[in-house]
Design a protein around this ligand. Sequence first.
Ligand SMILES: O=C(O)[C@H](O)[C@@H](O)[C@H](O)[C@H](O)COP(=O)(O)O
Length: 241
Amino acid sequence: MSLLIYKAKNELIHDLAEYVIATAKTALEQQNCFNFVLTGGNSPKDLYHLLATTYRETIDWTKVYFFIGDERNVPPGHESYNGLMARKTLLDPLNIPAEHIFFVDTTLEPEQAAADYYKAIADHFNGSDLSFDLILLGMGDDAHTASLFPGTTALKSKEVGVEAVYVEKLSTYRITFTAPLINKAKNIAFLVFGEAKAEALKHVIEDTDKNPELYPSQLITPIDGKLTWFLDDEAASLLDS
Ligand SMILES: O=C(O)[C@H](O)[C@@H](O)[C@H](O)[C@H](O)COP(=O)(O)O
């Protein structure tokens, strides 16, 4: 069962920050570390800024390990590199050390970049279950999430892993967590803002006959974890109340 929280975006961002901090505190109490997967795109920028400023002193950020759920096939310094946005808005302001940041090495060919990234993740978990404490996800107006785009091969993957996938509509490769890897998480939070996503969101959440080829976000069904949707009023405007 998933929980839907929706309200005006400026309030919602504070709810989301409180949720991230509460989830981190639980993980830190239980295991003295917090394995936190960031999302790319524009939706999380205000949240990252809030965590790095208003919520800076609320947890021991030296015990947090940061990952990215998907990456574009561009050099690490490119403006479209998700990791660069995360560094600028969150990681650099918090002075997170390099050894606590696990990003995709896109100087490699996509397949190698994906394989190396998955190995780095597996090495980090050091034989224990690859269950992230929190995975943040955005959603496109085509219902994609991470880089699980409609009609792509990655949607069919049954592997717990990271895959390189060619996205026809973008005419480029992406590197992405597979749905089975995402679904092992203890907590998953979608951030969906704006009217442009309202129709896709209605299909993702309310369609009884699921069609993940068309609405890939429907693949996100945590095995044991909790799924929470953080929606602004515009994105939620077509949902049955
Ligand atoms: O690489 C990316 O862009 C993201 O991981 C992607 O899945 C994003 O979350 C959605 O496209 C929504 O993007 P916005 O937040 O910019 O609307």
